[in-house]
Design a protein around this ligand. Sequence first.
Ligand SMILES: *[C@@H]1O[C@H](CO)[C@@H](O)[C@H](O)[C@H]1NC(C)=O
Ligand SMILES: *[C@@H]1O[C@H](CO)[C@@H](O)[C@H](O)[C@H]1NC(C)=O
Ligand SMILES: *[C@@H]1O[C@H](CO)[C@@H](O)[C@H](O)[C@H]1NC(C)=O
Ligand SMILES: *[C@@H]1O[C@H](CO)[C@@H](O)[C@H](O)[C@H]1NC(C)=O
Ligand SMILES: *[C@@H]1O[C@H](CO)[C@@H](O)[C@H](O)[C@H]1NC(C)=O
Ligand SMILES: *[C@@H]1O[C@H](CO)[C@@H](O)[C@H](O)[C@H]1NC(C)=O
Ligand SMILES: *[C@@H]1O[C@H](CO)[C@@H](O)[C@H](O)[C@H]1NC(C)=O
Ligand SMILES: *[C@@H]1O[C@H](CO)[C@@H](O)[C@H](O)[C@H]1NC(C)=O
Length: 364
Amino acid sequence: MGSLGGITAGKAMALGLALLACLVTGTTCQGPLYGTIGAARGLIETGATVFNVTQYGAKANGKTDDALAFIKAWNAACHNSGPAKLVIPAGTYLCSPVTAWPYNDCKQNSDCQHLPVSLKFNKVNNTIVDGVTSLNSMGFHFSLTFSQNFTGVNLNITAPDESPNTDGIHLSSSDRINISNSFIGTGDDCIGIIQGTTNVTITQITCGPGHGISIGSLGKYPKEKDVIGVHVRNATLTNTTNGVRIKTYPGEKQLLASDIIFEDIVMNTVMNPIIINQNYGSKKVTKPSSVKVSDVHFKNIRGTTVSEVAVTLLCSSSNPCDPVELSDIDLSFARDSSGSKSITSSCTNAKPTFIVTQNPPACQ
Ligand SMILES: *[C@@H]1O[C@H](CO)[C@@H](O)[C@H](O)[C@H]1NC(C)=O
Ligand SMILES: *[C@@H]1O[C@H](CO)[C@@H](O)[C@H](O)[C@H]1NC(C)=O
Ligand SMILES: *[C@@H]1O[C@H](CO)[C@@H](O)[C@H](O)[C@H]1NC(C)=O
Ligand SMILES: *[C@@H]1O[C@H](CO)[C@@H](O)[C@H](O)[C@H]1NC(C)=O
Ligand SMILES: *[C@@H]1O[C@H](CO)[C@@H](O)[C@H](O)[C@H]1NC(C)=O
Ligand SMILES: *[C@@H]1O[C@H](CO)[C@@H](O)[C@H](O)[C@H]1NC(C)=O
Ligand SMILES: *[C@@H]1O[C@H](CO)[C@@H](O)[C@H](O)[C@H]1NC(C)=O
Ligand SMILES: *[C@@H]1O[C@H](CO)[C@@H](O)[C@H](O)[C@H]1NC(C)=O
């Protein structure tokens, strides 16, 4: 680690489309900000007061630390009594590690973050983030919690593949999320969808390196809520450790992960292209996972795997995955010039419905 983070205003600006890399619409802030960015709420975009990071001292030269200017501008926007827009003019902004952030909610929030998030949206409704590049975050690049109606589009999220916990986009306790047309390459999940997240649409995502697109982990903490409605379409994953994944911890926490579609997905040299792991985080299972994984569809997934077991459905003995559909799956072994190496699928406590093509062959 120790790398410096940065935010670059994206190509949307270069094309002259509104000089807004990041558009946050909000009104009144709730309570103290604790050094996070976000905590705004509200709806109206028209007539919003503009908070321009440049006017708060941001230099956008890629060398001067602009973190404080961002925090000042963001806080001012959040404390505005009317609608507010945060404006980040085109440029490269260095946001060096802002370790002075006093924020740490680990006591209340089981999903706390230990290192600063580059852009954290906490209780922010009706947000569009368009054309933002986030480079080398310390912790997560983007996180969203207690937020609704969020659109992230034309994002470029980049961190070295060896950097830990640099999730691209981390979602929790949020509803109506739409992430599209973005490039994400990190050292952790490209997109992580955890507890309390509903109605998520993810389309046209390029992911890799990283740990793939993940639902969970779920079922570790007592206050977690269900994840319902995650539709991932038209994604390409390259050199990731997982492709599309659902992960839950063994244990007693009862929870639902349901209405999940992974569709039209290309895997390029991916370690575990399709994987449900309900024994996540444990070598010995003392209690099976109480998370019910249901209504899961893997459709039109093709490309190459670097592990022999390309499809793993490792479900809970007390809560088998049901129903699960595998439709039109066409994977082959990567870097196999002879074309003879066979791949397999493995199903435990799951009886998926198989439709049309199945490579690897359907598990018994
Ligand atoms: C966001 O919207 C929901 C309902 O639409 C509302 O219940 C919630 O209070 C709003 N959050 C904020 C921070 O305004
Ligand atoms: C932001 O402020 C800078 C410096 O005053 C100015 O040049 C720029 O036009 C402003 N951008 C917007 C979108 O208001
Ligand atoms: C969702 O947010 C967008 C962008 O701020 C806004 O235009 C739209 O009206 C919001 N939708 C609802 C249902 O509030
Ligand atoms: C994303 O940003 C990185 C770092 O600035 C750059 O090297 C890369 O070309 C960008 N990728 C895309 C798809 O825009
Ligand atoms: C998601 O956002 C993209 C880009 O703004 C838009 O084209 C698409 O219709 C949205 N999808 C949903 C389900 O809102
Ligand atoms: C998902 O969105 C639909 C339609 O907007 C809404 O009726 C439903 O309550 C949402 N689901 C959850 C769990 O919030
Ligand atoms: C899928 O995404 C690629 C680029 O990522 C795009 O060229 C293609 O049109 C998309 N296909 C569909 C069906 O949306
Ligand atoms: C994937 O890994 C291969 C082999 O290590 C490398 O040659 C290739 O550039 C990588 N692709 C991407 C998009 O990172």
